[in-house]
Design a protein around this ligand. Structure first.
Ligand code: FPP
Length: 252
């Protein structure tokens, strides 16, 4: 397999919806939590690979505000899993100089988990090799509502509010918008993930279940991204602009 050095313009920020853990477990007649456990291992491998590829920003959707609707045993299991992963993850982050960032509301999470998240963020705040954002108890609409509340609380005059200011009030303040968003597990939707930030993000959907999303699958997603032409609402190439101008002149 070629290295991504051959790939032109790798994304700077990759965000991932890690879907399919439950089905992965079901296919093996295992409890759903075994799927999440395997999903956490897959997340670790993907982060290791993205570190090798020098991707500076990675965001993982680990628990949405809607996930509270799952059976209590699964919710508690996910909280426990995150706690365990944070214990190990802090050491790894320190060793690899990864800055851990949290997107979402800490309120409502078990106090021990809140402490661990805060500790991970605090202990890694000065690293800059990669910013790893964990979206946990995160909802994109909630994030925007919260930003509006804070703008009003801070008395920002209505005429001064623009996209740049709104971005500064989001959980992702200071983090560039994702260039590539990957969703595994076959669903074709964004599920309230990075609602504001993904306006111009390239989206890659794959039926592969998250625990099976390995280096080869990641590579496929990166190739697909490199083959896209990002236009941000403009035209693709300078050439297109020149030829359109010529045609317009000829019509006159
Ligand atoms: C969606 O799969 C996945 C989740 C709701 C949780 C994702 C969590 C992890 C991968 C583990 C924790 C991660 C870290 C980074 C510590 P699903 O349960 O909806 O799967 P299904 O659609 O097949 O039921």
């Amino acid at each position: 397999m070629a290295t991504p050095a051959n790939l032109r313009q790798l994304p700077k920020h990759i965000a991932i919806i890690m879907d399919g853990n439950g089905r992965w477990a079901k296919q093996r007649r295992l409890p759903r939590l075994a799927g999440h456990r395997q999903g956490a291992a897959a997340a670790q491998h993907v982060v290791e690979t993205l570190l090798e590829y020098k991707i500076p920003y990675v965001t993982l959707y680990a628990f949405s505000t809607e996930n509270w609707n799952r059976p209590r045993v699964e919710v508690d299991g996910l909280f426990r899993l995150l706690e365990e992963r944070l214990d190990e993850g802090i050491k790894y982050a320190q060793e690899k100089q990864i800055k851990v960032h949290h997107l979402g509301k800490l309120d409502g999470l078990p106090p021990r988990l809140q402490d661990k998240v805060k500790r991970a963020v605090e202990l890694t705040q000065n690293y800059n090799r990669m910013t790893l954002s964990l979206a946990f108890n995160y909802g994109g609409r909630d994030e925007i509502v919260e930003a509006i509340r804070c703008l009003i609380r801070d008395g920002v005059p209505a005429q001064e509010i623009d996209g740049t200011i709104v971005s500064r009030y989001l959980y992702t303040a200071g983090i560039p918008d994702p260039d590539l968003l990957i969703r595994t597990g076959g669903e074709i939707r964004l599920s309230n993930f990075l609602t504001w930030q993904s306006a111009y993000t390239e989206i890659y959907f794959t039926p592969v279940l998250w625990p099976d999303f390995d280096k080869k699958e990641l590579y496929k997603a990166l190739i697909a991204y490199c083959e896209r032409q990002r236009r941000f609402g403009g035209l693709a190439q300078e050439q297109d602009i020149i030829s359109d101008t010529k045609q317009a002149r000829q019509k006159r």
